[in-house]
Design a protein around this ligand. Structure first.
Ligand SMILES: [Zn+2]
Length: 356
């Protein structure tokens, strides 16, 4: 099943991106439109889970949206940019504070010392609060255990608990990618902040960096190219499984509604395949509304917070997103369902017990 769906993913990637090529193992570089490229994980659910990075080549300069979790991958993107053009990268956007969108900032600062790093004001605040601790935690975790031991543990668990085995393999992927990089990586913080929007005119092209409300975090930046009708969403929209970590679900639904009104025809999600129509966006909206209403009903029936996972059944929608695949099932539980139930519960105004 897994192999079949991987094959299907590889084939559809091939069909939709005639110009796809590999500039770093496990990633693909795609030509989206004139001067517009996206570097994306071939399998977005394999470790390390990494954000997409979008490159916008303008008349005189280059913008980059999100910089990857692994500085080595950011360096590969920079090498590719230099093959395509001698124009400098002048602006880098961090769509939000999670390190899979910001760790590569250091590589850009080294290659283009003049480049401005753009983020919403709330994103800088979260980076200042969380980033150092997150990387220290990663370093400590990777020192404690060898990659081969994690893979051996995954193999031993495979038959009994494939979902947990999958989690171990994802972790091993992070370790392989980051363990050699973290000791020399510096945290380079955004230095051009905004609250509502920044507009850049670049000849024929307009680049709008805006905030339409919380979605995945407090400070999600969207990058909108109105002429090309391309929207780079950050993790407000992630494929094939949405992330429900840090924002209340009703706010997130509201932000997706505003995104739908922009009239985008191409969506570059924070992770996963580029979407050429609004179907995936609509599917995620439907999922969030169903989750919110299931949690509301459960609460009305007297279900406690700790029992939500048992009580809420998203049935058909869960099958639509996971498609019987263990990697997707792992991602569904870890990145959507568990944080999503909390996000729905919180947004309905119910208190979360202390120990959670
Ligand atoms: Zn991300």
């Amino acid at each position: 099943m897994r192999q079949l769906s991987l094959l299907a993913a590889a084939l559809s990637l091939f069909a939709s991106a005639a110009f796809a090529e590999q500039i770093y193992p496990g990633y693909t570089w795609q030509d989206l439109a004139d001067g517009l490229f996206v570097h994306t994980r071939v399998d977005p659910l394999a470790g390390p889970i990494d954000g997409n990075s979008t490159v916008i080549v303008n008349d005189q300069d280059v913008f980059v949206v999100d910089t990857h979790i692994n500085p080595a991958v950011a360096r590969a993107v920079i090498d590719k940019i230099r093959q395509i053009t001698d124009k400098p990268v002048t602006h880098v956007v961090n769509t939000h504070w999670h390190d899979d969108h910001a760790n590569g900032n250091h590589a850009y600062r080294q290659a283009y010392p003049e480049a401005k790093i753009i983020a919403h004001r709330a994103t800088l605040a979260s980076l200042e609060e969380e980033w150092q601790a997150m990387e220290d935690q990663r370093k400590a975790a990777y020192e404690r255990v060898a990659g081969r031991d994690i893979l051996a543990a995954a193999a031993a668990l495979e038959a009994e608990d494939p979902e947990r085995a999958t989690g171990y393999r994802v972790f091993a992927g992070y370790r392989d990618a980051l363990e050699p990089e973290l000791p020399t990586m510096e945290l380079v913080y955004p230095d051009l902040l905004f609250d509502d929007r920044l507009v850049f005119e670049r000849g024929e092209r307009t680049i709008v960096v805006s905030w339409l409300g919380p979605g995945n975090t407090e400070g999600d930046a969207l990058v909108w190219l109105p002429e090309e009708k391309v929207l780079i969403t950050g993790d407000v929209l992630v494929a094939p499984i949405p992330y429900a970590f840090d924002a209340p679900m009703d706010d997130w639904i509201g932000t997706l509604g505003k995104i739908a009104e922009l009239g985008a025809e191409t969506f570059v999600p924070g992770h996963g395949a580029v979407q050429r129509d609004t179907r995936y966006l609509e599917r995620v909206e439907r999922l969030l509304e169903a989750t919110l209403s299931a949690v509301r009903q459960a609460r009305a029936a007297g279900v406690a917070y700790a029992e939500l996972g048992e009580a809420v059944d998203l049935g058909e929608l869960e099958r639509l997103f996971t498609d019987g695949d263990p990697l997707r099932a792992h991602a569904w539980r870890s990145y959507f369902l568990t944080p999503g139930l909390k996000s729905a519960w919180t947004s309905l105004g119910y208190p979360v017990p202390e120990e959670e």
